[in-house]
Design a protein around this ligand. Structure first.
Ligand code: S3P
Length: 177
């Protein structure tokens, strides 16, 4: 029997990748891995610290390494950062090794969900941004093609509880067996 493929949650900041991923991992009795957390553990720096001290390009290299590492494993539920699938190498690796689920929501709802973390300085790409909805909308324009291309399945989480989203993803996964 082949080992179960990883389940990868991708999509924009605030789409619920980590929260849904944690719940899904619990239900499926799998380990949950967040690539941002792997990067922080490997470097001893938070994501905002890495952006500030080393810049986004250095962060993207570390992100590619983290993605390569998770793709060599199986049976995981993985949340990747919102920009991870823009790199074609990352996207290809993830699609080949895993079932890739893209979560999304309206930019207004994403903005509301990230506001607390943003104020706490946890969102380097939204640092000092006045109109967060507009910024997220601009990122959507830059990224939606990459999300659509990498997705084996996509879910709109607007107005949905974590449990409902996780249940919808779990039902889809069951259909893939
Ligand atoms: C980023 C999203 C963040 C994190 C970094 C960059 C992005 O992850 O990787 O701040 O490019 O959208 P989350 O999507 O988990 O917030």
């Amino acid at each position: 029997m082949t080992a179960p493929r990883n389940v990868v949650l991708a999509g924009p900041m605030g789409s619920g990748k980590s929260a849904v991923g944690r719940l899904l991992a619990q239900w499926l009795d799998r380990q949950f891995v967040d690539t941002d957390a792997l990067i922080s553990a490997a470097t001893g720096e938070s994501i905002p610290e890495l952006f500030e001290k080393q810049g986004e390009a250095a962060f993207r290299e570390l992100e590619a390494d983290a993605i390569e590492a998770v793709c060599e494993r199986d049976s995981l539920v993985v949340a990747v950062g919102g920009g991870a699938v823009l790199d074609p190498g990352n996207a290809e690796r993830l699609r080949r090794s895993s079932r890739v689920v893209v979560l999304d929501a309206t930019s207004e709802e994403l903005a509301a969900r990230v506001e607390g973390g943003r104020r706490a300085g946890q969102r380097p790409l939204l640092d000092g941004v006045e109109d967060v909805t507009a910024r997220l909308e601009a990122l959507r324009g830059e990224r939606e093609r990459a999300y659509a291309d990498v997705a084996h399945a996509s879910f709109d989480t607007t107005g949905q509880s974590l449990e409902r989203v996780a249940a919808a993803v779990a039902a889809w996964l069951e259909e893939q067996e």
